[in-house]
Design a protein around this ligand. Structure first.
Ligand code: IMP
Ligand code: MG
Length: 207
């Protein structure tokens, strides 16, 4: 089967950016190696995605389903830039417990919205192996969605197990563990306003 193309072509984060350590605020220098995507770039890209998605779904029975907890910042910024009526709901799925290794997929908060016959945009923070979005997309289809597309802030293609392409991608990132703007390690760092690279010794310690 031919690989599916993303509707929103992703922006790649150039590797030289990860060498710029100077900008990491002093309070985070112990844990954060470098800033990968600064807040202003995140905001510009989220606006672009909101614009593209609005154009694609305007006039349709549209609903956003976002995965807890990593999408809270992304979702909040994204929906506030969409200029048409929509509904969203949150789903709890956890596959990464504690550290970075993937456990079994567990649904921790079921949907409240009825998605039957509706066009669903499934939003997650980062696409890594593809296991989460593959499983949740199938679940949403089985609940009767008219269509299911996926949107991620970050895509780490080097982590992929099997084939999976998200429809809307914010940034393609290198094969590093990233945190901030909703993304965590051991439930920490979600409140950082940027996406940063976590120091290897931090996640090696929990693994
Ligand atoms: P997948 O099922 O392997 O695609 O993993 C997706 C989930 O893994 C995301 O929703 C994140 O919670 C987590 N994840 C994968 N890579 C990272 C990372 O670099 N930082 C933080 N979380 C990650
Ligand atoms: Mg997550």
């Amino acid at each position: 089967m031919k690989p599916k193309k993303s509707i929103a072509p992703p922006l790649s984060v150039p590797p030289h950016i990860i060498k710029s350590r100077a900008a990491v605020p002093a309070a985070h220098r112990l844990d954060i190696e470098a800033i990968l995507i600064p807040p202003s770039r995140i905001q510009r890209r989220v606006s672009e995605l909101a614009h593209i998605i609005s154009a694609d779904y305007r006039g349709k029975e549209f609903v956003i389903i976002a995965l807890l907890n990593g999408t809270v910042m992304f979702l909040a910024d994204l929906v506030r830039r969409m200029e048409f009526p929509l509904q969203f709901d949150l789903m709890g799925v956890s596959s990464y417990r504690g550290g970075t290794s993937s456990g079994d997929l567990e649904f921790t908060r079921p949907l409240k919205l009825d998605i039957r016959g509706r066009h669903v945009l499934l939003v997650d923070d980062i696409l890594d192996t593809g296991k989460t979005l593959r499983a949740v997309s199938a679940e949403l289809a089985s609940l009767g969605a008219a269509s299911v597309r996926t949107c991620v802030l970050l895509d780490k293609p080097a982590g992929r197990v099997g084939e999976f392409t998200a429809d809307y991608v914010g940034f393609v990132v290198p094969h590093l563990f990233v945190v901030g703007y909703g993304l965590d390690h051991d439930e920490k760092y979600r409140n950082l306003p940027f996406v940063g690279v976590l120091k290897e010794e931090v996640y090696q310690a929990v693994r």
